[in-house]
Design a protein around this ligand. Structure first.
Ligand SMILES: Nc1ncnc2c1ncn2[C@@H]1O[C@H](COP(=O)(O)OP(=O)(O)OP(=O)(O)O)[C@@H](O)[C@H]1O
Ligand SMILES: [Mg+2]
Length: 227
């Protein structure tokens, strides 16, 4: 059973031309699907539809074996599928980095002590302990990017939905991010304009064009189809 199955998804913002016009996507366990497409093609919109932050005007979303329609259906989806937003300011809202990372686990019922343990372990994994007590809104763009990833990893989701995860990262941090993600067992949808990053992590690729997701020719070897 796929983790996600999007069928014939249609969507347009009010008073704007259609963005998605029959998009299909299946995400199976263990896959890391890269989604490419030009600026404004609808990639971020698609990720928001997957977790129910936007509702399609046509088509169906199934996640974790169940059809998802109403807001209540998506609460469980948002717990199990961690979306790293393209803009970190959409994700970070607590006064400090540690509080932002602890927010998710606390919300799921973790004790204060175990949330603190999670904060320290995620920050250590990402080599970010020096940011632990910083004021979130005063971080640099790349620092914010890394902290958003930490907030999502702290939730230990079953699926990671990453919207331009390497945006604003320096080479060293990008390399560390590749290592961290490569070691994770979770399925991922990776929206990225960075071809090196896609080749390094992707298992297959889809292109979003004119509202439809298309698949390139079958790969001859692993990663060969990840342009
Ligand atoms: N809230 C909104 N209201 C109206 N139009 C919107 C809204 N959000 C996005 N759009 C428009 O919808 C289209 C798709 O946006 P989206 O952010 O999904 O593109 P994208 O593929 O993620 O682009 P990028 O590569 O630049 O991140 C764009 O033309 C954008 O201007
Ligand atoms: Mg986008």
């Amino acid at each position: 059973m796929p983790l996600f199955e999007l069928s014939d998804i249609h969507f347009g913002y009010p008073h704007r031309p259609p963005i998605l016009a029959g998009a299909d996507m299946v995400l199976d366990a263990g896959e890391r699907v890269c989604v490419t497409g030009h600026n404004g093609a609808g990639k971020s919109t698609l990720l928001r539809i997957m977790v129910g932050l936007l509702r399609p005007t046509g088509g169906t979303v199934a996640a974790f074996g169940q059809s998802r329609r109403e807001e209540a259906d998506f609460h469980d989806v948002r717990r199990r599928a961690g979306l790293v937003f393209q803009d970190p300011d959409d994700q970070l809202f607590c006064p400090t980095v540690a509080e932002d990372i602890a927010f998710g686990p606390l919300n799921l019922g973790a004790s204060r002590a175990s949330a603190i343990e999670i904060v320290d372990s995620v920050l250590t994994r990402l080599d970010l302990m020096h940011l632990r007590d910083r004021v979130t809104h005063r971080l640099s763009g790349g620092e914010k990017r890394l902290v958003t990833l930490a907030t999502v990893l702290a939730m230990e989701p079953d699926v990671l939905l990453l919207d331009e995860p390497t945006n604003a990262l320096d080479e060293e941090n990008e390399a560390r991010l590749v290592e961290v993600l490569d070691a994770l067992p979770q399925a991922m949808v990776i929206v990225s304009h960075d071809p090196h990053f896609r080749r390094r992590l992707g298992t297959r690729s889809l292109r979003l064009k004119e509202g439809i997701l298309t698949q390139p020719a079958p790969p001859k070897c692993r990663n060969a189809s990840v342009p």
